[in-house]
Design a protein around this ligand. Structure first.
Ligand SMILES: Nc1ncnc2c1ncn2[C@@H]1O[C@H](COP(=O)(O)OP(=O)(O)O)[C@@H](O)[C@H]1O
Ligand SMILES: [Mg+2]
Length: 225
């Protein structure tokens, strides 16, 4: 079932007196239960694409639809709060709060109905991703990079959304931790039915995804791996 639809999206940045197009008439439809990778070299526009798809930036042309509704009609902040999770390790965990507090905070923000008490739900979720209670009660900066990324993934699942967007999820992790994170991302799609979109320049991610996309000259192409 289609969950996210990008229709003729264009987005550019003003560069001096010129506008440089980063996304150029880009269209693609994403479905639930699949793990998509979007591959592209640094500067190709992957982060920009994720920002537009996630309602952080408004597309300058074209439309982004969530389950058939234009996200502007849905309300961008409501869309972000109730329908998507960003899993950006360095970006959305608050380092001086504990892993548990980071997860419970996001549960307090969404309008989605979640099982209570939140603390128990959050601890169970963290444990599923290998963060036991003693670690869950440590502040983020006292966890390893791989553990932080697992907290970010648990946090991404805590609001019970369909769409998980992740930017360079294995960015500064070693190879064995990268493999673990890829396994988790795959399982979010296959076992939890989420639509997972990972943008990355990592070949390992591109190869392990269900659908391999490449961002090239502002458009998305399906590629064979
Ligand atoms: N706020 C901005 N203003 C101007 N140019 C930008 C801005 N953000 C990104 N860019 C440029 O747009 C291009 C695509 O950036 P980005 O989406 O971050 O690519 P990627 O994530 O693939 O590395 C790069 O050339 C970058 O320098
Ligand atoms: Mg980027």
């Amino acid at each position: 079932m289609s969950v996210l639809e990008l229709n003729n999206i264009s987005y550019g940045y003003i560069d001096g007196s010129q506008k440089r197009m980063i996304l150029n008439n880009l269209s693609y439809t994403f479905e639930k239960g699949k793990f998509y990778s979007i591959f592209g070299p640094s500067g190709s526009g992957k982060t920009t694409l994720l920002s537009v798809a996630g309602g952080l930036e408004k597309s300058q042309e074209g439309e982004v639809k969530y389950e058939g509704t234009n996200i502007s009609d849905l309300g961008l902040s409501k869309y972000r709060r109730n329908h998507i999770s960003f899993v950006f390790q360095q970006f959305n965990l608050i380092p001086y709060l504990t892993a548990l507090e980071n997860v419970v905070n996001i549960m307090n923000i969404t309008d989605n109905k979640l099982p209570k008490p939140y603390e128990t739900t959050a601890l169970n979720l963290l444990e599923k991703f290998g963060i036991v209670e003693s670690k869950a009660k440590r502040s983020i900066h006292q966890l390893s990079g791989g553990e932080q990324q697992r907290v970010a993934i648990a946090r991404g699942l805590a609001t019970n959304v369909d769409l998980i967007l992740t930017d360079e999820p294995t960015g500064n992790l070693d190879i064995s931790t990268e493999k673990e994170i890829i396994k988790i991302l795959k399982s979010l799609a296959e076992d939890f039915g989420k639509c997972v979109i990972a943008v990355s320049h990592s070949l390992a991610i591109s190869e392990s995804s269900d659908i391999h996309l490449e961002l090239l000259d502002g458009k998305l192409y399906e590629i064979d791996r």
